[in-house]
Structure formats: C-alpha cells, structure tokens
Design a protein around this ligand. Structure first.
Ligand code: SF4
Length: 667
C-alpha cells in the first residue's frame, strides 16, 4: 500500500482508530441555537463514511460564559439527546468522535453573553474583542474547572469516544499559561509552574470525572507566536506535565488568534507548523497530532513516516473533500479536491456569522439538501469556457452520466484561476483548477482546446444543452491617456504577456490590484531556496538577508479610489496581504481618483488636491465585465441554455464554482 503509515491503526487509551487522519474541530455555524441539527449530523456522517479515523467536533462551550450561541453546546444536560444522535450516526458510519471542551475567556465578546463581562486570568485587554475582561477571583477558579469536568462527563454520556480540552489559540487555559495575560500574584500566577496550575488542575478534574479508561486529548499551541509569550520550549514543559496527569494524545497547533503570524492562509506553507508538533513529541511519550495546513495525503504520510508526529489533522481538507481518506485508500489520489487555504467558503463566512461552505466543494454543509441523481435522459452537453464555473458544470454533468464536451478558446483550462500562478503566496489557487481538470478527465469529458465556439461550431456540435461559461474581460476605465500611453492590463501582466519598468503605478486597489502589486514587489527578491542556501552557509548577515527577502527591484504604488483597499479580499486573508505589501514596501494611496495617464505617470486627485505619481509603467486593475457576446447565437441554437459564472456577472471563484455545480445538477 502506498500510504502504510497514514492507514495504520492506532489505539489511544482503548480507542482504536482505523487510520491516522483526524478531522479536528472547526466552527461550522450549522447549529444556530447550539443544539445538534440534521445539517450537522449529515455533515459529519458523510465525513465518517468518507473514511476519516476520528472527528473532533466543537468547540463545545462548557458554560454560558465563553461562547457564541451557535456553537455545539455542552453546557447542560438538555443538549445530550441531540449529541447522542450525532455520535450514533458518526459511529455507525465507521468513525470515532470526540467533543472539544471550549472556554474562550477573554476571547469572548460581552455581546455574546448577554452583556456580561468575560473573565480571564487577569484583566488584560483582548485585541480580538477590543474588551478588557475581569480577573477570575481565586475562589471562582475551582468552579470554572468543574465546568470542564461536568462537560466532559456529559460528552461521555452522549456517547463521544473521547474529549479534547482546548488549551491553545489564546483561549482560557492559554491565558492562564501566558505571562502576557496572567499577571496574578496568587498560586495561579507568577512562575511558569504557577501559570501551568490552572490547566493541569482542569486536566486532573476531567480525568477524575471520566475515569482512567477514557481518552483525553489536549490541543496545545506549539508556540503562541506572541512577543514575550510562550514558545515551543514552554509548551514542551507543559505537555510533559500534562502527560504526568493523564493526557493520552496531544493535538499541536500554531499560535494565538491575536498573533500577527499568519496561521491559516495560503501564505502559510503546507505543514508549516509540524516542527512544533515534533518539538512536543520529543518531550512526551504519548502520541502527537500535527495540525495546520496538512491538505494532502502525501504530506500526511511523510510526517508520520519521518517520525515528526504520529497522526495528522485534516479539517478544512475534509470540508473540501469528505471522501479524501477513501480516495487515498482506493488509489484515487488524483481525484482529490484539495483544500487550497483560500478561506473564502469557510473562515471568511464564519467571521461574518454565516454557515461554512467550501470553494472547492459547494455541497459542504448542504449534504442533506443537495444530492446528485442520475438524469432521466442522457443529454449531449456543450460547455463553453474552461474557467472555474465551466469546469465544475462539466464535471458535475459528466459525473451524473451526461455526454459532455468542453470547449476553451485558449490552450489551457483554468481561466482566471491560472493568473494566481505567478502571485507569491497565491499559487495554490491553481490547484483548484488542476483538481477539476483531473476529475473532468476521469469522467471522460471531451476537452477541446484552442477553439472558439462560434455559431458554426455550436450548430455542428448539435448539443441538447449549452452552458455558457465564457467568463469576463478586464474593464477599461474611462480615464484619459490609457490607450495613448499604453497602460497595461493586470491580467496580461499576471499571464506573462507584458512587462513593466522600475516605477509602477497600479490603478485599482481591489484583490487583483493588490495581488498584482504583490507579484511586482516580489520581483528581484531572493527565492526561498536561495534564502535557505545563504542561511545554512551563513553567507550573509541577518540584516542583508532581510533586505534581500523584502526588497525587490520595483517601486510599486497602488491608487484606490475608495477609502479602503482590498475590500473584496476575505477578512482572514486581507490583513496578511496588507502586512505582506507593507513588508515589501508597496505604497497604497486610498481615496485617490486617477484622472489621467500621462507620459511620465498618473495624475490623480485626493482630498480635492491634484497631484502626479511618476511611473515608468501604469497597470490597470479596475474590475471586469461579463463576456457574453455569444449568448444571442446560442439562444437560437439550443432549447436548454444556461449562462453561468463571470459570464453572467463577475464575482469570485466561490460563486462561480457553486453556480457551475448547481447547473451541472440541474441538467
Ligand atoms: Fe479550504 Fe477554501 Fe474550502 Fe475553506 S473554502 S475548506 S480554505 S478550499
């Protein structure tokens, strides 16, 4: 077998898992009132059928203080019957299931708990909520710890195979552990030994409640990534102490929610934080799970084979493809839809209090509502356009049994997704296209490249159904001098069809504008391989290395007419893009209206004052407009006709793929 380590069973305090793949807890928003819903049951049951070893669900609030109403609740016995339905269904489908015990402390917003003040180790303001919690009184501490134990017992009663204590990410246990948030002068503060006390006692109480033969997992930050906070050194000591009081498995993740080190975006390289799990593994003798950005079975296999960790978590990876474990087992790794860490369907929606879905899997969260049935009549389907919407429509229709052809006027499939190939940190968007293409081939879609679908082509193809997914074209704003002085379209630049001089002004601070700025600002910086070579050979000083990594050979300025740049980038990624742009020295001028492209730059107006930015090259990133010139012809030629994706209305890939999917199901 190709993945002997990933698929080797493991027993954790009597709980035998059939493989080493764990779907770790993520907030999904499928339980608006905290009670288990059919939607949640359907979601996890499908993942269990897809072959995952263990699902951890949650966070599950242990009390009424550290929670949002929409989290899977464990705070009292009224939730147990619903939870029992969930555990029964997941176990019947072949997986084990654990509940994550959640208390957020100062990460709780007072508005979530009826205006009450959240508590923490000390009254230290939270950057996440903008609020200052109150310090727990010494006499209150045992009561909070008891809530963990009571919730663990409840989870056990509800049929969970294990519990996971959430001791990472800056939640309550981490708040006691960190010198940044624990300023106490009593036995729970001061020395590291004292700061560990709260978490260790929680663990002891949970163990006391569930008994010796019940698996307890602790999720730990391998490094808080907070200046002056705990690092892997302290985490190792804490882990070793926790093992002493009965932990059976450590789930090691990265830093706090307040850290300025990206944790979840595409900028984080795959398996970036596995070294933290490896650190914990060196300090304990129980198994260790590696977390964050493990989206591919080959990476999982390598981690376990190399002894970096014993198991791997794949949360977003299984949101993206619930069948990933079974596909691996059945030798169909080429058909996996990988999580690309875009966060567009999951975290960005969750941060806006919406239910999670997935860019590459529009069915995520709608498992009970959307099913793919074979068609009543097999039809001849012609999809025009090989961007994300067209690819998904073609795949879905072909998978259901239709005879599908896809015609693309370029020599490659992927559409706008391919533009990301040259943007540092965005390359994984291309994986979404590659995965769709692999599935297209597996379902025998006839792919026709380098062919424009004109009237004659469509007529001669004689399709029963035409799906027009011809995408969009860049929008040329009405600014004087654009054509005279040869302004360049951002799409042409990213596609390698044009080059620029040293000083560049980009008109438009939307996602494409900022990503183009990233692309340009990286030009002339050293590659990760060269950096590694110079570091390992100590060839340059740290200052020089920093300079070589952060300064390229372009001077880039972005002009954005609204108050904020990057509004169309999701919240989880926007701040990492602006940090990166700042690091690379890109200037962003907001509230600035471009008036005219002139020979040596761009005239603009800001706050009623006109000015000129000097530039060797001007790049236009002013949005897109639908490409639908073909539509009238098609209406004449086909009785069943759909316009989807950007051809209908320019939007993001999440919307385009969803529309392609729903169209493919409709035919
Ligand atoms: Fe991954 Fe993006 Fe899907 Fe979230 S929306 S699971 S980040 S592919």
């Amino acid at each position: 077998m190709e993945f002997p380590n990933l698929f080797s069973p493991i027993t954790i305090n009597g709980m035998t898992l059939k493989n080493r793949i764990v779907m770790t807890a993520m907030h999904l928003g499928y339980t608006p009132e905290g009670k288990v819903t059919e939607r949640l049951v359907d979601f996890y049951t499908l993942r269990a059928r897809g072959g995952v070893g263990l699902c951890v669900v949650g966070g599950c609030p242990i009390d009424e203080y550290g929670s949002m109403a929409s989290m899977i609740n464990l705070k009292d016995d009224s939730y147990v019957p619903g939870l029992k339905k969930l555990t029964d269904s997941v176990q019947t489908a072949g997986a084990k299931i654990a509940a994550q015990l959640y208390q957020a402390g100062r990460y709780t917003h007072s508005s979530m708990i009826g205006g009450k003040k959240p508590f923490s180790a000390s009254a230290v303001r939270s950057r996440l909520t903008g609020e200052t919690p109150r310090a727990l009184g010494l006499d209150e501490i045992p009561g909070v710890q008891d809530k963990f134990a009571e919730a663990a017992l409840r989870a056990q009663k509800a049929g969970f195979d294990a519990v996971e204590i959430l001791g990472s990410a800056g939640y309550l246990i981490s708040q006691f552990l960190s010198p940044l948030t624990n300023l106490r002068k009593d036995p729970y503060g001061g020395s590291f030994e004292n700061r560990m006390r709260f978490g260790l006692e929680v663990m002891e109480k949970v163990r006391g409640a569930v008994g010796p033969d019940y698996p307890i997992i602790v999720r730990l930050a391998g490094n808080d990534f907070m200046a002056g906070g705990n690092t892997n050194k302290e985490s190792k000591i804490f882990a070793s102490e926790l093992e002493g009081v009965g932990v059976d498995l450590f789930n090691v993740t990265g830093g706090w929610h307040e850290t300025r080190i990206p944790q979840l975006t595409m900028f984080v390289p795959p398996k970036a934080f596995t070294y933290l799990a490896q650190g914990i593994k060196s300090a304990v003798s129980v198994p260790v799970l590696a977390s964050n950005r493990i989206n591919d079975p080959y990476i999982g296999e390598e981690i376990i084979r190399n002894g970096e960790a014993d198991m791997v978590t794949m949360a977003r990876a299984l949101l993206a493809d619930p069948h990933l474990p079974n596909k691996v087992k059945e030798g169909k790794t080429g058909l996996i839809y990988h999580c690309i860490a875009c966060n567009q369907g999951c975290f960005d929606r969750i941060f806006r209090q919406k239910a999670a879905t997935c860019l590459v899997n529009p069915r995520a969260g709608l498992e009970g509502q959307i099913t793919s049935e074979p068609p009543k009549r097999k039809k001849k389907v012609l999809v025009i356009g090989g961007g994300p919407a067209g690819l998904k429509a073609a795949c879905t229709a072909a998978e259901r049994g239709h005879q599908v052809s896809l015609v693309e006027q370029n020599d490659r499939l992927g559409g706008q997704l391919l533009l990301n190939k040259s943007i540092p940190g965005r390359e994984e968007m291309v994986v979404a296209a590659t995965d769709l293409i692999n599935n297209l081939k597996a379902f025998h879609v006839d792919i026709i490249l380098n062919r424009e679908a004109d009237y004659a082509f469509i007529r001669d193809s004689a399709p029963d159904v035409v799906v027009m997914a011809t995408g969009a074209r860049p929008l040329l704003p009405d600014i004087r001098g654009i054509e005279t002085y040869g302004a360049i379209l951002a799409w042409d630049l990213l596609a390698g069809k044009a080059g620029v001089g040293k000083k560049v002004v980009i008109i438009g601070g939307n996602a494409v504008g900022l990503e183009t700025a990233l692309f340009l600002a990286h030009q002339g910086t050293i590659s990760p391989e060269i950096l590694h070579f110079l570091v390992t050979n100590r060839a340059e000083t740290w200052d020089t290395l920093e300079e070589l990594t952060n300064r390229g050979n372009k001077e880039v300025t972005v002009l954005e007419m609204t108050k904020y740049a990057g509004k169309d980038i999701g919240g989880s990624t926007r701040w990492t893009v602006s940090t990166e742009l700042k690091r690379l020295g890109v200037k962003i001028v907001t509230g600035a209206m471009a008036l005219e492209v002139v020979q040596d730059g761009v005239k603009f107006e800001k706050d009623g004052v006109e000015d000129t930015l000097l530039a060797d090259s001007v790049v236009i990133a002013a949005g897109a407009k639908s490409e639908k010139t073909l539509s009238r012809d098609i209406e004449d030629l086909s009785s069943e006709f759909y316009i989807i994706g950007d051809a209908k209305e320019p939007r993001n890939a999440l919307e385009a793929i969803k529309e392609g999917y729903l169209t493919g199901l409709k035919i």
